[in-house]
Design a protein around this ligand. Structure first.
Ligand SMILES: [Zn+2]
Length: 98
């Protein structure tokens, strides 16, 4: 469960960093190597910080890590998936909670 999440964060951070570089590269006249180095370094730091926060959590006992709970509507004939209220859909909660 951990590695796909980290890869996803890394990919998002990488895309955002590259977009950021396209805005900054013109006015700041950045060298070519910074296009590869800065986004990678930035993504690495963001992923590391995310991992640090992730390491201090446990699997949510309410949804068992899925991030979703089944909500029974009316008399229970209709069942809908909803975001888990305990972890806000993250599937994990801080270890020091409770
Ligand atoms: Zn949950």
């Amino acid at each position: 469960m951990l590695l796909p999440r980290l890869l996803k964060r890394f990919a998002i951070a990488l895309v955002v960093s590259v977009l950021l570089m396209t805005f900054l590269a013109g006015p700041l006249n950045l060298p070519l190597w910074s296009w590869a180095l800065v986004p990678l370094a930035l993504s690495g730091v963001i992923t590391f910080l995310y991992w640090r926060t992730f390491a201090g959590t446990v699997v949510c006992p309410t949804c068992n890590g899925s991030g979703k709970v089944q909500v029974h509507q009316g008399y229970g004939y209709e069942v809908e998936d909803d975001y888990c209220p305990s972890c806000d859909g993250e599937g994990r909660v801080p270890t020091d909670r409770g």
